[in-house]
Design a protein around this ligand. Structure first.
Ligand SMILES: [Mg+2]
Length: 201
């Protein structure tokens, strides 16, 4: 039985409001200026890499810990499933495949996010980004990887699997194609028909 890989943030869940609120709280608490539009433009990278834009090296670990404390609290109220997410996961299971969520998020942030969105995974691999995701996709021999960012598409290409872009995050259809997407969907509402066509091809 095969696996279909999904990114989490801005692919399955709208985590943008919770991420922005957590960064705003972190900025307030630490008296550090954080440009939320700049954070938004990079959504999908590891938290450690994002805080490195705003804090000196000696303060980054504490900043990441502080952010996660806010995020875990805010996620419950500010996270929702993106359109078509439930149906996409249901389509995979209806075909006898399983869902592996492969995300840069830390484990403590994944659980409340999934619970708030009402989504479940068969496997979850956390705290991986870019080429690290490719290694995970190879390990699961994934049928496809569905993601919203150019590094997600590059990871799928590197793993030799189908790169399925969704333009529900911070990146355009064009950026996703340029990064190697084989198909770009406007949202996951288009996923079940694309996926079922794959099975009958
Ligand atoms: Mg993402």
């Amino acid at each position: 039985m095969g696996f279909v890989g999904f990114d989490l943030d801005m692919t399955l869940i709208d985590s943008r409001p919770a991420i922005m609120a957590a960064f705003a709280e972190l900025a307030r608490e630490t008296g550090t200026e954080i440009d939320l539009a700049a954070v938004d433009s990079r959504l999908g990278i590891k938290l450690e890499d994002e805080v490195a834009y705003w804090f000196p090296a000696a303060e980054q670990a504490a900043a990441a810990t502080g952010y996660r404390r806010h995020y875990v609290r805010l996620a419950a109220e500010h996270t929702s499933a993106l359109p078509g997410a439930q149906e996409a996961l249901a389509a995979v299971r209806a075909a006898g495949e399983r869902v592996v969520i492969i995300t840069a998020k830390h484990p403590v942030s994944v659980e409340p996010s999934l619970r708030a969105a009402g989504l479940t995974a068969d496997e979850v691999v956390t705290h991986v980004h870019g080429p690290e995701k490719a290694a995970v996709l190879r390990r699961f021999a994934a049928t496809a990887y569905v993601g919203d960012s150019p590094p997600d598409m590059a990871a799928a290409v590197a793993a030799g699997t189908r790169a399925v872009g969704v333009s529900t995050g911070s990146f355009s259809e064009r950026e996703l194609y340029e990064a190697g997407a084989g198909v770009v969907l406007g949202s996951l509402t288009g996923f079940p028909s694309w996926y079922r066509a794959l099975a009958t091809a």
